[in-house]
Design a binder for this molecule. Structure first.
Ligand code: SF4
Length: 153
């Protein structure tokens, strides 16, 4: 059975920058968890960042990840992305369910780097790396598509 990488905050782990979570309620997720198909990771915590932490956004001009206090946190974000990739390779994971719009996990949208609340099309650091290596990334809004895809295989 295919394993699926999942953002830890979607599983209810309090790992978001603000100390909260974004638990996704779904019977299918509960079933997959019972079947031990889920591999749960927060790339930012895995990369060495603390919870809570200042919010960070990818800068459009440079691609650097800067937090709202002006610190360059790109190294931690890149480390977390590399860890996510090695976990996918180790478990032969082809699908990831990642929190949309996050500077790590966002698959279709990210914030624009100005801490203004505006989103632009783009991918977070982890989502981008996984996609470059053939992992199909789904956001929480695409859960039904992911379920169909996993059930076909
Ligand atoms: S890095 Fe990903 S898993 Fe961690 S809190 Fe942000 S969106 Fe959730």
């Amino acid at each position: 059975m295919d394993k699926i990488l999942v953002s830890a905050c979607l599983m209810g782990h309090c790992v978001r920058y603000d100390g909260g979570h974004q638990k996704l309620l779904s019977q299918t997720i509960d079933l997959w968890q019972k079947q031990q198909r889920l591999v749960v990771l927060c790339p930012e915590v895995a990369g060495g960042l603390l919870t809570p932490r200042p919010p960070a956004e990818i800068q459009s001009a440079t691609g650097q990840v800067m937090d709202i206090e002006g610190n360059d946190v790109s190294d931690a974000f890149n480390r977390g992305a590399q860890m996510a990739l090695s976990i996918c390779q180790q478990h032969q994971i082809r699908y990831a369910l990642l929190k949309e719009s996050s500077p790590s996990c966002g698959g279709k949208f990210i914030y624009n780097g100005e801490f203004s609340g505006s989103k632009i099309p783009g991918s977070g650091i982890t989502a981008k790396l996984l996609k470059q290596h053939g992992v199909r990334v789904y956001g929480e809004q695409d859960l039904n598509d992911l379920i169909k895809m996993v059930n076909q295989n």
